[in-house]
Each structure stands twice: as structure tokens, then as C-alpha cells.
Ligand binder design. Structure first.
Ligand SMILES: Nc1ncnc2c1ncn2[C@@H]1O[C@H](COP(=O)(O)OP(=O)(O)O)[C@@H](O)[C@H]1O
Ligand SMILES: [Mg+2]
Length: 219
């Protein structure tokens, strides 16, 4: 059976995730592939309600542990309700953020210990793991400039001080160093066209390895 695979786009706010995801959706759809776009926090009706609670700017008092567990709760629902069924149907699942963001923001930036994060995340994942994380790497202050020019207000996490956002960015780079087979880092300071070109190289190589392995399964 031709099983699907899952690619996550992650990185600082304003790095260009939404922009590149739209182009990649078009790219894959034109190839005749079945694409499911999703996001975290969110992705399901329950997850979107949790997203509102997590990102609500009027409640800065949320404890770090509450935040971590809300992300975990949303992820558990996301995987069971949406991701696993889509992959079973052979879809390519593209998520705007996933568990790498939890390590970046809750561990590297907030400072919750790695063991606690891993424990909650493992409970949420229940053995699942996305096939690839594409990190759009950008100085978060550049990302914020882009977000401002998008004309939107900041959510509770975007509204953190710049030191926090720099730690989160470095957290993505550290994860990529530690798990090179699960991460690709792309220089998001380039033009939209150049970023897309780099992303397409990664996607093409994933497509050929997945086609090769599904071919092997038939052999
Ligand atoms: N490579 C790029 N160079 C310059 N501006 C960009 C680039 N990619 C995206 N943008 C612009 O920056 C803003 C934020 O991009 P977006 O895709 O919404 O980022 P994210 O989803 O990562 O927060 C948008 O206005 C978008 O048009
Ligand atoms: Mg976005």
C-alpha cells in the first residue's frame, strides 16, 4: 500500500511558513498528490479551541506547565483524529508547526527541563513521529518586522521579549544538529522564490524516497 508521509514546517514567526506551505500545496497538488494541510496548535475542532486558550494575549498568567500540557492535549487529539487517518489514506500531511516547536519554546526558551517535555510529548505522540521537519531559519526580529508589515496583532507567544524568541530560534537549530535525518534547515532570509526552491529540493527528495520505499513494498 502507498502510505502517506508527514512534513512539518516550523521556525520563528514571520519566517514564511504560511507563505511557503501554500506554494508547496500547489506544487504537490499539480503532481496529482493528495495533500492535507494542518497546524499546531490547532488542527482539529478541539485543537482549535485549545489554540485559542494557548494564544490568548489577555491571560499572561498561564503557567508554563499548563501551556505545555495544553500543547500536549491538542497534539494527542490531532494525531489520533486527523493525522493517522490521513496517512493511512496515503495523503501527504503538511503541518504548520508540530512537536519541534514544543522543544524550542517550552524547553529551550521557557527552560522547562527536557525530561518533563519529553515525557508529555511522548504521551501525546504515542509512538508517532513526523517524517521531516523543515525549519525556516530567520532572525526573529526580522520575522517580527514581517509580521508587523502583515498588519496583524501579536499573540501571547509572539509578544515575548526578543531574548526568548532568540532562544527558541537557537532551539530549532540545536534540534536540527542533534537529529539531522529528521530536520532540514533553510535560510528564510532569502527571497520567497529562493526559499521555495530550497524547500522543493527537500520535498522532491522525500517524494523519491517514499516512492522508492512503496515500490520496494510491492516487490
Ligand atoms: N522570504 C520572504 N522574504 C520576505 N518576506 C516574506 C518572505 N516569506 C514570507 N514573507 C512575508 O512575511 C510575512 C510573514 O510570512 P508568513 O508566511 O505569514 O510567516 P509565518 O507563517 O512563518 O509566520 C508575510 O507578509 C509574507 O508575505
Ligand atoms: Mg503562519
Amino acid at each position: 500500500m502507498n502510505k502517506g508521509f508527514m512534513v512539518v514546517f516550523d521556525g520563528s514567526n514571520g519566517a514564511g511558513k504560511t507563505t511557503v506551505i501554500k506554494s508547496i500545496e500547489k506544487y504537490l497538488t499539480l503532481k496529482g498528490l493528495d495533500v492535507l494541510l494542518t497546524r499546531e496548535p490547532g488542527g482539529t475542532p478541539i485543537g482549535e479551541k485549545i489554540r485559542e486558550v494557548i494564544l490568548e494575549p489577555s491571560t499572561p498568567e498561564m503557567s508554563f506547565m499548563t501551556e505545555l500540557m495544553l500543547f500536549g492535549a491538542g497534539r494527542a487529539q490531532h494525531i489520533q483524529e486527523k493525522i493517522i487517518p490521513a496517512l493511512a489514506q496515503g495523503k501527504i500531511v503538511i503541518s504548520d508547526r508540530f512537536d519541534a516547536a514544543t522543544f524550542s519554546f517550552q524547553h529551550f526558551a521557557r527552560g522547562i527541563d527536557l525530561e518533563t517535555i519529553t515525557k508529555i510529548n511522548d504521551l501525546a505522540l504515542d509512538g508517532f513521529s513526523p517524517n521531516m521537519n523543515i525549519i525556516l531559519d530567520l532572525d526573529p526580529s526580522e520575522g517580527l518586522k514581517r509580521v508587523h508589515s502583515r498588519g496583524e496583532g501579536l499573540d501571547r507567544l509572539e509578544d515575548e521579549k526578543s531574548e526568548f524568541l532568540v532562544k527558541a530560534r537557537n532551539g530549532y537549530l540545536k534540534q536540527a544538529e542533534q537529529s539531522p535525518h529528521k530536520f532540514e534547515v533553510i535560510d528564510a532570509s532569502q527571497s520567497k522564490e529562493a526559499v521555495l526552491e530550497d524547500v522543493i529540493k527537500v520535498i522532491d527528495s522525500l517524494l523519491s524516497s517514499f516512492h522508492a520505499s512503496s515500490h520496494d513494498n510491492h516487490a
